[in-house]
Design a protein around this ligand. Structure first.
Ligand code: SF4
Length: 649
């Protein structure tokens, strides 16, 4: 077995002793109250992460003043009234053997009056080019010298509250384009006073904050600083500049640095790297910072494999690894890694769907693969009082997750699927370039159901008569979705095919292809075809691509298609298809694309509910339906519903 020994060596961050090298990366949850107070949901979430074995939990970015709040139900650090809640949280985490630090933050120009009711502020009155949550364009008010000094003090007060609330340390959020980065980066700081200018001037705000936190929380109170080592925008922070800032940070008495990257407007989207970005993407940057400071440095960003994480530490490229999404998809990552149970780790796939996109819709976050996040009590897996025999019809993500959970409850589970392989639509979803990680969702589930003794019967179409004959206690239908065929003149012709069939290799497409629909499936299919050397034109009736997915995917495809010269026609509604080509209406103009070999439909999906419509209501409430066969949506909803029904049966 490859060694992960280095990962489990203790380390000290200032006075704080950590049992291993795995710390949690701060992630915004939307689990706090509207006023920013600790809730039971937030406590349960942190307790669950701590139980998984990471050495140090870190809370989400907690605003030190009200106009610095960025998330509707984000945790606060702005008032002493928050301290009793902190105590409940820290005591609960300590109670399961964990440690926890409070991340303190101000969103600066990334905040919105739609959330705070207050005008955003910043070092300079420059508008952020991209806003993740609200789209309202707001010019931030340039902070006066008095306001800057007062803000330094607010960070110091937040540090004091952290200590009073029982936290084991505080993490100052100086990355990702929020207020502190806005000061650090020439990109957003055009001041000419002592808080602007060269790297020394621009670092003064952060340096004073560290000093004030140490003054108010105590010099022995551990202070971690998350820094951007690269902004990935023109004129932003570069590694050369960041290493100077890192030295200042260490000189001021900070006890550790988390070497992060990216702003919301960076290209590529590096702040929360999606699956198109390789694993361990930032280790060269943590290595650089380590060469320049003598305090522990953590690397962050797509930390996936434990053995590789241990190697990073062994090679001296970082002292710690900070896992964010990796702990959402599997809070037990540390324990499983230590026990060498690598195959049991549910690896984060970098889809950003549950953790980021949900948050940006102002909803509580979750994980596509792990619906227990944020539902820790409700979703605790309890053994069945009377274990049942359960038949699951459909071996896609909903069916597989239902099978996994039911088997964990000691039920006897059988999966039936008309296909010869398990995995449902994800089998084709993993085919396009840079989407293979998606396949890990089913790889994990298939491994687990096999291990748990779930039996399968594949390659046989299930009929209502067969359902009648099944001698089981419960039947779960998870038959998925079918492509939606829009009402377009000429759509039922041989040269019009479905995106899923193209990806499955069931149809060939010729050379010149029109893809109808620029949602995620259409974009992925177009990418797949471009990679194969096809000439691709995309038609989308909306005014944007990737409307059904988040910022990371949109940026990836915009850049990719610009590089490959793919025509993406927006506001283009297809009106008819014939052998000559594809006619469409764009802003009132009738247009036509000629000489098209194949038209690929990526126009959405509909529930595959024909079996459900026949059998529902039969067998006295013993038949259930989950996932896309009730309403076509996505893998996250499918897994959630599969997971839920398996707990309820
Ligand atoms: Fe990872 Fe996707 Fe889960 Fe987010 S939703 S933690 S990116 S698997």
């Amino acid at each position: 077995m490859a060694s992960v020994k280095k990962l489990f060596e203790p380390i000290k961050i200032g006075e704080l002793e950590l049992k291993n090298r795995i710390i949690m990366a701060a992630m915004v949850t939307n689990f706090a109250s509207r006023e920013g107070f600790v809730t039971d949901r937030l406590i349960d979430y942190h307790v669950n992460i701590a139980k998984g074995g990471c050495a140090l939990n870190v809370t989400e970015s907690s605003h030190v003043s009200l106009e610095g709040k960025r998330i509707i139900d984000g945790l606060g650090a702005y008032d002493d009234r928050l301290i009793p809640g902190y105590k409940r949280l820290t005591e609960a985490v300590h109670g399961v053997g964990g440690k926890i630090s409070l991340q303190i933050f101000h969103g600066g120009r990334e905040c919105s009056s739609e959330i705070t009711g207050l005008q955003p502020i910043g070092p300079t009155n420059l508008v952020s080019r991209y806003r993740a949550i609200t789209k309202k364009i707001e010019v931030p008010r340039e902070m006066t010298l008095e306001e800057i000094e007062a803000m330094v003090s607010k960070f110091g007060d937040a540090g004091r509250r952290a200590r009073a609330g029982g936290f084991d340390g505080v993490e100052i959020h100086g990355a990702h384009g929020y207020l502190i980065t806005q000061f650090l980066s020439r990109y957003s700081n055009k001041r000419t006073d002592r808080y602007g200018g060269d790297v020394i001037g621009r670092s003064n705000f952060l340096r004073e904050i560290i000093r004030d936190v140490k003054k108010k929380a105590g010099v022995d109170f551990p202070v971690l600083v998350k820094l951007n080592i690269h902004d990935y925008v023109e004129g932003g922070i570069t590694p050369d500049e960041a290493k100077v800032t890192a030295r200042f940070v260490a000189e001021e008495g900070a006890d550790a640095i988390i070497a992060s990257v990216g702003l919301h407007e960076s290209r590529p989207y590096m702040m929360i790297p999606p699956m198109s970005i390789p694993e361990f993407v930032n280790i060269h940057l943590s290595a650089l910072i380590k060469e320049n400071v003598d305090i522990p440095v953590a690397t962050i960003g797509r930390i996936i494999e434990p053995v590789r994480a241990a190697k990073v530490i062994e090679e001296g490229k970082a002292d710690l690894v900070a896992l964010g999404r990796g702990l959402l998809s599997d809070p037990e990552w540390p324990r499983k890694a230590q026990e060498g149970r690598f195959d049991d780790i549910r690896e984060c796939i970098g889809c950003n769907q549950g953790c980021i996109d949900t948050l940006h819709k102002m909803k509580p976050f979750t994980c596509l693969q792990n619906p227990e996040i944020g539902r820790e009590r409700e979703f605790e897996i309890l053994k069945a009082e009377k274990p049942k025999r359960i038949a699951i019809i459909g071996g896609g993500p909903a069916g597989l997750e239902a099978a996994r959970v039911a088997a964990l409850r000691d039920c006897q589970v059988m999966i039936y699927d008309k296909e010869k392989e398990l995995g449902g639509q994800i089998r084709v979803g993993r085919v396009p370039p840079h989407r293979d990680e998606l396949g890990k969702v089913i790889d994990y589930l298939i491994r687990q159901v096999k291990k748990l003794g779930v039996t399968t019967e594949l390659g046989k179409k299930i009929t209502p008569a067969m359902i009648d004959r099944l001698n089981v206690d419960a039947i779960v239908l998870a038959t998925g979705a079918l492509p939606l065929i829009p009402k377009i003149k000429g759509i039922r012709q041989k040269h019009v095919v479905y995106a899923t069939d193209v990806l499955a290799g069931k149809v060939s497409v010729g050379n010149r292809v029109v893809v109808v629909g620029a949602g995620l499936v259409g974009l992925e299919t177009a990418d797949f075809l471009v990679e194969k050397g096809k000439e691709v034109i995309i038609l989308e009736m909306l005014d944007t691509i990737a409307a059904d997915t988040g910022n990371a995917n949109r940026i990836y495809f915009e850049d990719r298609f610009a590089e490959k010269g793919v025509d993406v026609l927006l506001n283009a509604k297809v009106t008819s298809i014939d052998r000559e080509g594809v006619a469409y209406l764009q802003k009132g103009w009738a247009k036509k694309i000629l000489k098209v070999d194949k038209v690929v439909l990526a126009t959405g999906a509909v529930a595959n509910n024909s079996l459900w419509n026949v059998v529902k209501g039969k067998k006295k409430g013993k038949i259930f339906a989950v996932g896309d066969c009730t309403k076509a949506r996505n893998a996250m909803d499918a897994i959630y519903e599969g997971s839920k029904i398996a707990r309820e049966i």
